[in-house]
Ligand binder design. Structure first.
Ligand SMILES: Nc1ncnc2c1ncn2[C@@H]1O[C@H](COP(=O)(O)OP(=O)(O)OP(=O)(O)O)[C@@H](O)[C@H]1O
Ligand SMILES: [Mg+2]
Length: 145
């Protein structure tokens, strides 16, 4: 039923809670997990404006991509050890938009996403990325609280 799971992560503790849920769903026919991290374009653009150099923007993107790939591969190993195939994707863009795009690209049968991420705003019930994904995506979603 849920052959291919898209797991978007911002590497926060909230998003890591999804791992356990995905592992426990193995008997629902899970064959592959696509781990996605989106490097927020707005943050990169802001960083490059402050540093005032095109080269710094390139460097920043390169460093973030390398770090994201390393972290995604570390997380992917957890699924591989459970016998699940993995694919890792690190992209630059607006998180919710890239999550929707990748969901279509890989034809995800389910998206497993955290309800919160790195934000420390106590009042926030649902983060803005999660909210937009839930609102705009037509695919099944498991929102992990
Ligand atoms: N950059 C990202 N790349 C991949 N997945 C992400 C990204 N940001 C958030 N997510 C996913 O969305 C979930 C909810 O995070 P979200 O960003 O919506 O909440 P927040 O960080 O608490 O609030 P906000 O970003 O609105 O201040 C995370 O647990 C993660 O699964
Ligand atoms: Mg966030």
């Amino acid at each position: 039923m849920f052959k291919k799971i898209l797991y978007p992560t911002d590497f926060s503790a909230h998003s890591k809670q999804c791992i356990d849920y995905i592992l426990r769903m193995q008997n629902c026919g899970v064959e592959e997990v696509v781990l996605l991290h989106v490097m927020d374009k707005r943050v990169v653009v802001y960083g490059s404006i402050m540093s005032d150099s095109a080269l710094d923007e390139e460097m920043l993107i390169k460093e973030c991509t390398e770090t994201a790939e390393k972290k995604l591969n570390e997380m992917a190993r957890i699924f591989q050890q459970a016998g699940i195939r993995t694919k890792t994707i690190a992209r630059l863009g607006e998180p919710f938009a890239e999550i929707l795009t990748v969901a279509d690209e890989v034809d995800a049968s389910l998206i497993v996403i955290g309800h919160r991420g790195h934000s420390t705003a106590e009042k926030l019930l649902l983060g803005s990325t999660a909210e937009k994904v839930v609102r705009k995506c037509k695919r099944p979603i498991l929102l992990v609280r």
